[in-house]
Design a binder for this molecule. Sequence first.
Ligand code: ADP
Ligand code: MG
Length: 261
Amino acid sequence: MTPADQTLAPPRQDAARASEAPPSAHKRDLAIDARELTKSFGKGAARVEILKGIDFQVEVGEIALVMGPSGSGKSTLLAAVSGLMKPDSGSVVSLGTDLWALSRGEIDKFRLRNCGFVFQGFNLFPALTASQQIEVLLKFAGVKRAERRETAVAMLKAVGLGHRIDYRPEKLSGGEKQRVAIARALAKKPRLVFADEPTSALDGENGQLAMELLRKAAKEQGATVLCVTHDVRLAQYADRIITIEDGLITSTDADPNSFVH
Ligand code: ADP
Ligand code: MG
């Protein structure tokens, strides 16, 4: 290999090598850096602390799972990290931007530009076809009309829904709806993908497919995926497992094998 070849080596290989080195040897390339996040709901005696000082980091290109029991604060955490709900205190540096230092409008723009979401329960529009669900989102992202349909069809084919392009949600199975939601989240090739219990309404086979699609996005598009779930079967798809219990992080590098049953 000549020196010129070395400088032309793909950066992603370097990133992979860097992640194998001791953390002190390199400054890691962080997609998400959450520090000391707190969030309470309710007032006075009814006040409940849901996030009690959350710290964790996710590297660019990783698929990270936040696992914890129901009620442990996962959805609240995802909302705080993704710019959907302001924490009471703490900071989130997302792709190098101090998210909660931005104005509401700037946060909305940041999400539109950089983030894809897969919500628990899909959040599809009942009146729109599978293709239109994606086209509407692309319109908001500023994609030209001619490209919207083409991209939507390509994304639906990629998730195995080439035969459901003009179906409305009422005519789709649970697994098909979830695949539309995933195609929609990935359509604008977001740098960050946030998923809240993406497999909760799916049987084992469809759950596996959903995770494989998210994993493919991380590995092929270089996206960073942060997924929260209580489903231990998803552990095998993660590069990093963060565990949360009662509003506190209990591990930021749990062993995937410890969840296999
Ligand atoms: P998880 O996603 O891990 O199941 P959540 O983050 O949804 O947990 O919720 C954690 C706790 O916070 C739950 O007890 C829930 O009832 C409570 N909670 C969540 N959102 C609100 C809210 N907007 N107002 C009051 N309590 C809330
Ligand atoms: Mg939840």
